[in-house]
Design a protein around this ligand. Structure first.
Ligand SMILES: [Mg+2]
Length: 262
């Protein structure tokens, strides 16, 4: 039997703001009933796995912590591999700090190995100044992701990519980014599900993260139009997804069930 599994972006795929996208819960239920593995893949580094499960529960979507993989977790695992027991100055929130602690990192604000930047609403100019000076003195600059904006109910706000660019410009040093579309996160997610490349399907609403990441890895890709990308905006990109659907619920079952044993 051919196996398949899904990497599912969250914002714009499962929900939009505080509203569930119709059909999302039913689609997940079907995956569970058919024992098709899936992992929620988010470029939001603010929340821990538990926080994400709580948010989903409030929306009526049951989830378990181990079904959540954030760019903060991907970043922490990557850094623990690069430099076990390292130190970091963090510009970000609990999701990122927890993930780094969980991987054996120490958070400090002097003589650190890394400056790690995520998104959040607690940013101050002093934090940017501190991060800039540490990078200038030799700390390596890491971004959880390069999304320039985050969607909110009221409109966009600056994302991690916008925050990290202040330090990049000031120090003339480029950040290394771990979140989608980086192969570091895309591959780690597939490995966690125990899938091969040709068994993996990435579903997302953003071309330059979800779909680009999937295309680069050789995964099958589905762009859903339930988020902030329109069909005409998607057409402007030089790469394209395998499939474009209105929402998760509209993905034709034959797209992922045909070759499975009946
Ligand atoms: Mg999204």
């Amino acid at each position: 039997m051919e196996r398949v599994g899904f990497l599912l972006d969250m914002d714009g795929v499962l929900y939009r703001g505080n509203e569930v996208i119709p059909g999302a819960e039913g689609f997940l239920r079907e995956l569970r009933e058919r024992s098709i593995p899936y992992l929620f893949l988010t470029n939001n580094s603010q929340r821990t796995q538990r926080d994400v499960v709580h948010k989903l529960a409030k929306l009526g979507i049951p989830a378990r912590e181990e079904e959540v993989f954030t760019c903060a977790m991907a970043t922490a695992r990557f850094l623990a591999h690069q430099q076990p027991g390292g130190t970091a100055y963090v510009i970000g929130e609990s999701g990122l700090v927890n993930a780094l602690h969980g991987e054996g990192f120490t958070i400090a604000d002097d003589e650190v190995d890394y400056v790690v930047v995520g998104e959040g609403r607690t940013l101050t100019f002093e934090m940017v100044e501190k991060g800039t000076r540490l990078v200038d003195k030799g700390a390596r600059l890491i971004a959880t992701n390069m999304d320039t904006t985050c969607p909110t109910e009221a409109g966009i706000r600056p994302g991690c990519g916008a925050i990290v660019s202040m330090i990049e410009r000031a120090t003339q040093r480029g950040a290394f980014s771990v979140g989608k579309p980086s192969p570091v996160m895309m591959r780690a997610a597939r490995t966690q599900l125990g899938l091969r490349t040709d068994e993996t399907i990435m579903v997302g609403d953003t071309m330059y993260t979800d779909i680009l990441g999937g295309v680069q890895m050789g995964y099958r890709t589905v762009l859903v139009l339930s988020g902030h990308t329109t069909r005409s905006a998607a057409d402007l990109f030089a790469f394209r997804p395998d499939l474009i659907c209105e929402s998760l619920a509209e993905i034709p079952r034959e797209f992922f069930l045909t070759e499975r044993a009946a």
